[in-house]
Design a protein around this ligand. Structure first.
Ligand code: SUG
Length: 452
């Protein structure tokens, strides 16, 4: 871990640690990997270690890397609220018998995909010069909707200083305001400390607009419009873009499965948006600063949407390195896919864009649920002062990396099936693990079981 840290205003990544109940329950209709993996046994320990190695790699590349904790699962407060009563063990037994689907929803480790935790607008873009956070309501799926309250609490603990950070409440949890956070939000800028353009991608408008026929569109235009107002973004610096309904119907359940932006670069598939021509022209007109926008549009004839969904090429992270160039961080599935890998090579070889290299990560445990490199991280652009205002225990240091590896080895199982979710011992193990984690990350009592 010797790389020089990037200084000045930079993008930091906050990755979600995989929770001890990581499993494959097939909960996400419209996410083809989730359906394909349903009921397969998982390996939570391998999953959390794969995520930690990813964070370490980012840190080795000189990036500022933070850690967000997993959530308490199975989530007993949900089950009690739905009328199950008795001791924790009795509740788990009842729900296993009466509604295995509810047990699965209450047990998902889905909070690991922190690209869905919140929408974040950097200080340079907002009316009051502070970083704005709005936790996503994730209201299309129960297992995700139950993340919001704890996520809000965690974000406030990690970004506590009101002179730098503003925390909005999540949007009301109703289909009209479906909000899935940063997975449908991209920022382009000439330099991170300058005002940027924020793109808000939605899958659904008013009911009379043509939308996807097969799979749900999770992000609504009405939600994105509210975020623009709440984050005090000037209207000439925020654009609403409609995701292509056909892409959603082919398994593009979030825009980050088909497009990714970093600094001046927007890498996207030809069929990502309803009208990419109009989007490109708006960006070119409104972009300010010492660089020009760079569009990398991958045609369907080169890589189909289906290929993109299989290989997760667009779910790569694009990161800036100390020499001002960029690298792509891709999942192993991308290298294993000949057409996707050819596209990656082409992008790297093309001198018209600043992407100069690629790193490959093994994230198979998360990928099996549709979570690639970009899903696992929440990007937060921070000045040096704002970085100093982040709760110090949330940064990945060499020591914390070693502590977290040892913690995972100690507390996580290597084999988990859906039948195991009702095991009271698993609940106990998870709580013990999370309690120890809040001490490693120095976050105080953020979980319901610690507070009650
Ligand atoms: O919401 N999968 C997640 C994957 C989220 C990926 N995030 C981004 N693209 N930013 C989802 O569909 C699967 C859980 C299961 O089936 O067990 C799941 O929730």
């Amino acid at each position: 871990m010797g790389a020089v840290k990037l200084s000045g205003t930079q993008e930091a990544n906050f990755d979600g640690l995989v929770g001890p109940t990581h499993n494959y329950a097939g909960l996400s209709f419209g996410n083809v990997a989730s359906a394909r993996s349903a009921e397969r046994p998982s390996n939570p320990r391998e999953a959390v270690i794969q995520g930690l190695k990813k964070m370490r790699k980012m840190r080795d590349l000189g990036l500022h890397q933070g850690v967000l904790p997993p959530q308490e699962r199975p989530y007993l407060p949900l089950l009690r609220r739905l009328g199950f009563s008795g001791t924790d063990a009795q509740i788990l037994d009842k729900v296993r018998q009466q509604s295995p689907a509810l047990l699965a929803s209450a047990s998902s480790a889905s909070a690991m995909w922190t690209a869905n935790a919140a929408t974040v607008s950097p200080a340079a873009d907002t009316g009051d010069g502070r970083v704005h956070f709005t936790p996503a309501n994730l209201c299309t799926h129960l297992h995700r909707a139950i993340e919001t309250e704890t996520t809000a609490r965690i974000l406030k603990a990690v970004f506590p200083d009101p002179s730098h950070f503003v925390h909005h409440p999540a949007l009301p949890s109703t289909p009209m305001l479906g909000d899935e956070g940063a997975a449908n939000h991209t920022r382009l800028c000439a330099d991170y400390d300058e005002p940027g353009l924020e793109l808000f991608v939605y899958g659904r408008d008013a009911d009379d607009q043509p939308g996807p026929q097969r799979y749900p569109a999770r992000q609504t235009r009405t939600a994105s419009e509210a975020l623009i107002r709440m984050h005090e973004l000037p209207r000439n610096r925020a654009l609403l873009v409609q995701q292509h309904p056909d892409a959603i119907d082919q398994g593009v359940f979030h825009n980050d499965v088909i497009a990714v932006g970093n600094r001046e670069v927007l890498l996207f598939h030809e069929q990502a948006f309803v009208d990419s021509k109009q989007m490109r022209s708006w960006i070119s007109t409104h972009f300010r600063g010492r660089r020009r926008p760079v569009f990398i549009e991958v045609p369907e004839a080169e890589l189909s949407v289906r290929d993109a969904v299989d290989a997760y090429l667009f779910n790569s992270q694009l990161i800036c390195t100390a020499d001002d160039s960029m690298r792509m961080i891709v999942a192993r599935e991308c290298r294993d896919h000949p057409r996707a890998w050819a596209t990656v090579q082409k992008i790297i070889d093309d001198a018209a864009n600043p992407i100069a290299g690629v790193d490959v990560l093994d994230l198979r445990q998360s990928m099996n649920n549709g979570g690639g490199p970009a899903c696992l991280r929440l990007r937060v652009v921070l000045s040096e002062d704002a970085r100093a205002a982040v709760s110090p225990g949330s940064w990945l240091t060499s020591k914390r990396y070693t502590d977290l590896l040892a913690w995972a080895e100690k507390h996580y199982r290597e084999h988990l099936t859906l039948d195991d979710l009702a095991d009271p011992q698993l609940l106990e193990e998870s709580r013990t693990a999370l309690d120890a984690l809040t001490r490693i990350l120095n976050l105080g009592s953020i979980y319901d079981f610690q507070r009650n």
